[in-house]
Design a protein. Sequence first.
Length: 367
Amino acid sequence: MADGAQLLPRSMRRTRSRLWAFAVAAVATAVLLAPAAQAATPAGFFGLNFGFKEITAPDVLFLKKSGAKTVRWTMNWSNIEPSSGSFQWSAADQVVGDLAAQGIRVLPVMWGTPGWVASSAITPPIGTPAQRTAWSSFLRAAIKRYGPGGGYWSGPYRTQHPGKTALPIHTWQIWNEANQKNAMNPPDPSTYAKLLTLSHSVIKQADPNAKVMFAGLLSHSPHGANAWTFLDDVYQQPGARSAFDIMALNPYAATVSRMLDYVGYVRHTMAANGQDTKPLWISEVGWGSDPTTGEGLQGQRQILIQAFNALLQKRPVWHLGKVLWWNFRDPAGYKSSLCSFCVSAGLLTNDFQTKPSWSAFLSFTGG
């Protein structure tokens, strides 16, 4: 893994100083030496990622027990609209509705280009007028269904969950890991900026009060620019700086200290581009429990505590909105050369056995 300090974007190289670097290191050291007991946690600050296509009754039960108030889930376009104009909302209804009935709001990741739009799910749908029209229609349909006053809340939700309070979706994340070739191809800042500005325009027209979230950038992409360089280049694109309300980062790292470095680089890049107070969410962060590819069961618990304490301590100065752990539950039979720890990053095993990290997570959420 390359040293992030050697890969700073232009804006950071102009403004970065020895004093700033020393301050970041000092804070990181102080956090890591702090007692294990967590600092006071704002309500709803810590949430979870749910990495499955569909949700089951045990998933809902444990997500309720987790104390999380935000669950991030990919609202895969190719699953919802497999052919033009034919929307299949059943799986999304179940995820959004079952969690809302438990007081949990879904943060949807709008991603996944269907085959009738482009040859690959990771192709950003902005290359032709037809692609842009299809993407815009998908966004409008999702907001019309799940946004404030959406048809799902006044219809199916009332039938499925009588007496339960609706939790409309207010924040929409546009793609994920746009600097990672295996998630968006090409992983190009100008391409993503076009997708972001188009999405912002459509979403704000459909719901003026909605929030648009930047793709969760991977801190160090094996097939693309690092997060802070990619972000700095997006800032240089026409209209991009005003096309999102919330920045998002997936600061995966070997250590908590290095994770803090990565978040600091992105936060400083935002400040160098005049957005020092814009909210920043940690949309994914996690470590595995497998002792060969991760930290081991007790090690995962300990690093979760360290990371959460560190981010709590930095929350005010970095304007951190939320921190969402990856992942809620381990997948079954998942293997990836890109993410060796992902198979064991859950707080639960695939068959719902809790790990030591589960109780540590609950100690922060009050679950």
